[in-house]
Design a protein around this ligand. Structure first.
Ligand SMILES: Nc1ncnc2c1ncn2[C@@H]1O[C@H](COP(=O)(O)OP(=O)(O)OP(=O)(O)O)[C@@H](O)[C@H]1O
Length: 249
């Protein structure tokens, strides 16, 4: 379990423009933080800062574990897979295991892969070529590949995009369950406010140079939401989400 996951006052400039401005928040073990915000707000950039791929001009990201180096699982946005890729799902998931000097899988590795595939409902896809899976199946396999390393932190960039509503719901619910059961601090980017409200413990609402963190209700009640999103219908969706939460639907 992580001891500390803290983003402290980070500034990120892209092409001379300040994208993230003194952004600060922390995430608890087993907490799912939903991230919403318009296109180009810097959501994916934030995940890359946490991964250490982009260095902020100011501020720090501190992730510490009680007794080892923290492990981060990451599923990037719109991950493309060549349809003809001659690799079976089982092998694809095994690629998520930490790099080892030995080229074979141990009994323990196999047990971890098997267990992760059961958790993500991908066991029946084990022998299928990864390129031939449906969008929803691929997303579950990407999740399994990220989970196989037993991560302390999970970063998911639009893992429900392009899925049908039922598959979106199943994926968000699965992520929530895994996050709570396995004490994984999870950042879940989505444009679906309803999904984020229903499954996240808290929400980070990001726009260029601004942010708000709070409960889904606080964020959605924020009068600036429709102005900042510049979409009238978002407010309607947001209201539905709040009502769903209030009445437990
Ligand atoms: N490597 C890069 N080089 C130049 N500009 C970049 C790079 N990465 C991101 N940007 C720019 O930074 C801004 C934020 O991009 P980012 O992908 O973080 O936004 P986002 O909130 O995830 O958007 P979306 O919802 O569309 O995925 C965009 O204007 C993008 O063009």
């Amino acid at each position: 379990m992580i001891k500390k996951f803290c983003v402290d006052q980070i500034d990120v400039y892209i092409n001379g423009e300040k994208l993230l401005d003194h952004l600060s928040f922390s995430v608890q073990p087993g907490e799912m933080l939903g991230i919403i915000g318009p296109n180009g707000a810097g959501k994916s950039t934030l995940l890359k800062v946490i991964l250490g791929v982009i260095k902020p001009q100011h501020g720090t990201v501190e992730i510490t574990h009680n007794d080892r180096r923290p492990v981060i699982g990451y599923v990037p946005q719109a991950r493309a897979i060549d349809e003809e890729m001659p690799i079976q799902t089982w092998d694809f998931i095994s690629l998520g295991l930490p790099h080892r000097l030995r080229p074979w899988l141990t009994k323990r590795d196999r047990a971890v892969i098997k267990e992760t595939m059961e958790l993500t409902d991908t066991s029946h896809l084990a022998k299928q070529p990864i390129g031939k899976l449906s969008g929803g199946e691929k997303q579950r396999v990407f999740l399994a590949q990220a989970l196989v390393r037993n991560p302390d932190v999970l970063l998911l960039d639009e893992s429900t995009a392009n899925l049908d509503p039922k598959a979106q719901e199943e994926m968000a619910s699965l992520v929530h369950e895994l996050c709570v059961q396995q004490n994984i601090s999870t950042l879940f980017i989505s444009h679906d406010i309803h999904l984020v409200s229903k499954y996240s413990h808290r929400v980070l609402y990001l726009t260029r140079g601004h942010y708000t963190v709070g409960s889904a209700e606080e964020i959605i009640d924020n009068a600036n939401l429709d102005v900042l999103y510049q979409l009238q219908h978002v407010n309607g969706m947001a209201q539905t989400a709040v009502e769903t939460m209030r009445y437990g639907g």
